[in-house]
Design a protein around this ligand. Structure first.
Ligand code: 6LW
Length: 511
């Protein structure tokens, strides 16, 4: 038997939804203001997940820039299901249009353009009765769980919506999923809010209309008030594995640092086993740091390459951009073997800039890139949002570190650099391993990590350390919102070219 470690998808991949088609599992997550939207993964064993693309990767599917978009806006929680020979995803664009359905013959796509549904609220789900009747459960604008009978092909509401079972009384009942299992319909929800009080609850009835009976053991799952290293567990989806065992994917966080401890990687996707008791209720153990893998299959998949030499004709699907990625803002052909970014905005402090990055997926990691600023200005940035980001910026013969924390913005550690290509590095280390520099915290409580900036590769003799900043200010608890850190390349003046980009987990195995 094999053992897996949680999270099964690290970095900000919240609100996971999973379905099984034969021996294949597919999983989709929220992506908020980032383009392309809705990352889609494939697995043969529920443990090893390979990103196979993004569901919304065409401007006509996702009008960009998202009108009036803001950080943590955009695409909230999706649901993926397979029915009648097609893959279905229902989702909410809170910054443009509301709830919609997209379908595909193959999970790799192409996915259809959105069919919009006149339902308000978030966290829509899809479930079909045997006669083909389709139900959409969702978290209604009044804060309760609602269900409506819909035609998902036409986007028509045929009945309802009407309020239904909304949990055991905790705040924010949301993330509903309907399942027909045996003689029962089950309604799984999250309640308690996506912070430390997050939990999973369930009810059952003889019809999607109810009436519903809540499980006597609700909440089924909560880490609230425990000392577990995984917190905020909730927003779950159930799946029966090929061997007949049952599993739950859900979101959780891995906080770091001194109390009140903060998380920097966003809400990640975790996997935990589900048993059924003699009364037909699911029993969910606390989410384990590691566990015996689902039986029968162990199917490792290719992990993200550490280095991208930008020698392909398209950007790999894990590259994401906040709010938009207009034609002409990036090129892989202008300078073959380089990614050339052209400025569309003059600052990272307001949406509309050119940025191409990837999720930070490890607490300890190093990002190194070869940059040629030419006559432009840009560099490497680690960001939460427009008001919380650090960057190593090169331009006008100078390299400097810029820190934006809320209303404060400071340039530190500038120094002259020769023209032409140079190597720049951001090294992120957890405080547990490397106490933050005393001058940073005056010996006070340590944050989750430190973010160090180097000219050159830190392992090279000619490397020059610039400065080391406290990582707590790039955490969700400080920045607020639903995402996690993204590290990437940007241009805010002219054209800036990148020969390669390397992301190396400092201690954890690559995902
Ligand atoms: C998601 C909802 C939630 O739609 O946050 O806190 C939203 N819970 O379930 C974004 O993740």
């Amino acid at each position: 038997m094999h053992t897996y470690d949680n999270p099964v998808i690290s970095g900000f991949h919240p609100d996971p939804s999973v379905c099984r088609v034969g021996d294949d599992y597919y999983l989709v997550c929220s992506s908020f203001e980032y383009f392309p939207g809705l990352p889609l993964f494939h697995s043969k064993d529920l443990v090893h997940w390979e990103r196979i693309g993004n569901v919304l990767d065409r401007p006509e599917q996702l009008p960009l820039p998202l009108p009036g978009a803001k950080a943590s806006g955009g695409l909230y929680a999706p649901t993926i299901r397979h029915h009648d020979g097609r893959y279905w995803i229902i989702n909410t664009n809170v910054d443009g249009g509301g709830n919609f359905v997209v379908t595909a013959e193959r999970p790799e796509g192409p996915w259809s353009d959105p069919v919009w549904i006149d339902l308000t609220g978030i966290d829509p789900d899809l479930a079909w009765e045997e006669d083909g009747t389709c139900w959409c459960a969702f978290s209604g604008p009044e804060g309760g769980i609602n269900v409506a009978r819909i035609d998902p092909d036409k986007g028509e509401v045929l009945e309802g919506p009407f309020a239904t079972w909304s949990g055991s009384g905790l705040k924010y009942p949301e993330a509903p999923h309907l399942y027909r299992i045996g003689d029962w319909w089950y309604l799984l929800i999250a309640e308690g809010g996506t912070e430390r009080g997050h939990s999973v609850s369930i009810a059952r009835g003889r019809s999607p209309r109810g009436p519903w009976e809540g499980a006597p053991t609700n909440p089924l799952l909560s880490h609230s008030g425990t000392g577990r290293s995984i917190q905020n567990t909730g927003h779950a989806d159930l799946v029966e594995a090929t061997d007949g065992s049952w599993w739950m994917v859900l979101l959780g966080v891995r906080p770091r640092g001194f109390t009140p401890d903060v998380h920097v990687l966003g809400r990640e996707t975790f996997l935990t086993p589900v048993e059924w008791d003699e009364d037909g209720w699911p029993v969910v153990a606390p989410v384990p740091e590691s566990h015996t893998a689902p039986g029968g299959v162990w199917h490792p998949v290719p992990t993200l390459p550490a280095r991208d030499d930008f020698d392909k004709s398209a950007l790999a699907p894990h590259w994401i951009s906040p709010f938009t990625r207009p034609e002409g803002s990036w090129s892989l052909t202008e300078r073959p073997g380089w990614l050339t970014l052209r400025a569309t905005g003059t600052t990272l402090d307001r949406p509309g800039y050119t940025f191409v990055g990837r999720r930070q997926q490890h607490h300890d990691c190093r990002v190194t890139a070869a940059i040629d600023p030419g006559t432009g200005r840009g560099g490497l940035s680690v960001r939460m949002d427009e008001a919380h980001h650090y960057e190593l910026e090169v331009g006008d013969g100078q390299a400097g570190v810029v820190a934006r924390i809320g209303p404060l913005r400071q340039t530190v550690a500038g120094r002259p650099v020769p023209s032409g290509p140079l190597i720049v590095t951001i090294a992120i280390r957890t405080s547990d391993l490397v106490p933050a520099s005393p001058e940073l915290t005056d010996g006070g409580p340590t944050g989750p990590d430190t973010v160090a900036f180097w000219l050159g590769d830190p392992d090279a003799p000619d490397a020059q350390p610039l400065v080391e900043l406290d990582g707590r200010y790039l955490s969700t608890e400080v920045a607020c919102g639903f995402t996690g850190r993204v590290v990437g390349m940007y241009a805010i003046e002219g054209a800036v070219a990148f020969d390669w980009f390397e992301y190396t987990p400092a201690s954890a195995p690559s995902v």
